[in-house]
Design a binder for this molecule. Sequence first.
Ligand SMILES: [Zn+2]
Length: 573
Amino acid sequence: MTAARSEPRPAATILLLREAAGAGPAVPAAPEVFMLQRTSKAAFLPGAFVFPGGALDPDDASERALRRVRGLDDAQASARLGIPAGGLAYWVAAARECFEESGILLAWDEHDRPVPPERAAALESLRAPLNAGTLRFSEFLEREGLFVRAQEIAYYSHWITAASRPRRFSTRFFLACAPAGQQGAHDRSETVHSVWVSPRDALERGRRKEIELIYPTHSTLADLAAMRTPREAFEHARRLDEIEVNAACWALDHEGSLRLFRRADPPYYEIHWSDPEEKGDTCFVIQPGIAKRLDRLVTRITAPNPGMMTGPGTNAYLVGRRDEGGALAVIDPGPAIDSHVAKILEEGAGRSGSRIRWILTTHTHPDHSPAAALLKAATGAQVIGMPRPEHGHQDHGFAPDRVPADGERLQLDGCALRAVHTPGHASNHLCYLLEETRMLFTGDHVMQGSTVVINPPDGDMRVYLASLERLLALNAAIFAPGHGYLIGAPQREIRRLIAHRLAREAKVAAALQRRGPSTLEELVTDVYDEVSPRLHAVAMRSLAAHLDKLVAEGRARRAAGRYILSADERSAP
Ligand SMILES: [Zn+2]
């Protein structure tokens, strides 16, 4: 069973915000948002509470309409939306839908003054011909001498309805502060109820099942609930630099049942990567012993060694042109488990023997490299990686045939991998960038679903953070980690990881400040207070790594088994 797919229609939605009544100098001006209830007879989302919006109209992209927009040209608007051209029409659509569905006229006169409430009320009667299509919005703006000020309408988010839904929209959400005094009212045809509501109240009513909120509405309300004022929300939207698409997707479980995934779900990016045409025929379950074809160049085989430190198991990746019979590389052969090695050999088998020519390792922890020796014995492939370090729990049998230099390009059969030295989790850690697709094999430098353990002395937090910074410059399209699913939006993920480590570091410094000289055991309960005590032994290793970094930077010192914050750090605010 696969999901049928139709092209989503372009659409615009407007989040109109105003200050709650009763706001004043003493009362914070919490935002309220304008919402409509769709009629139970509507073809799309009957009965749901939504924000005003709808599909783009051909008139929105007309010369006449675009002449009525100020503040952005089509090239700028398109760049903001990440499309080649036609972006400005979305701003027109947002303003048009706003007036048609809410009666709020998000327009300005030739002196850039917003439409006052009396004038909006006088123009209210034109909503019917606009809704009926007998009056064009461009004509209306022209006749009334009004403009759409694009800089007052901030692009906020992008949602695409999942494939297989009967009606699909690719909807750009915009956010604007409602013009002062305009109350708005629903149009009584498509919508039956309208309300200014605080995002928190709307969520609460949704939770109590008094109103129906679809996922994008719910998610947007949750974002807005964190905003203190309409202006703060608007400025936040205006400053967003990467607006990522939310395209719910379908994938199969191992029994063949379809399931819907959102961007927050771990398999989301992998499903999109391995099913770019949204056929809904890819399986989202990571199963040891079942090879997963990720794209035309890469297949993943997960080892049967699941656990607390390994997630679903260690991922081995087979890299090369599978269909064309070329030679293949294996990245991270994994633990020396016979069934796993047999599976890799089976996947790498060609008509005249094995096609595996290269075995690459990211590092020599025992869950990543021991199968290299077995695979080499079976195939004669060359083993490429850095020798095992002195410290830490390592694969003692590891003996590379070749040690790649940092940045060295490894030419395979029809594709190339670039070695990137990324010490931190292990001093001999390498990532590999597949140049053709910009997939970066991250080993344990970046893992999906859990934080990487930095275990001194071989693990080094300072070096780890510097290695993360290095990855930003690679501009990878996706990460293929040693454990778990593919990781999307890699730049954002790296920034998140760095911020997470620095926040933990700040917590370490604060705990030292509060407690005075402390041992690791005393600090771990303070610094990892959100972590289950059964994980404290592991957390203590990362804590030691944080403390080592502070010591190396002169921000703390160690004496008689206790860590002490340096005088400079203590006096810091
Ligand atoms: Zn490791």
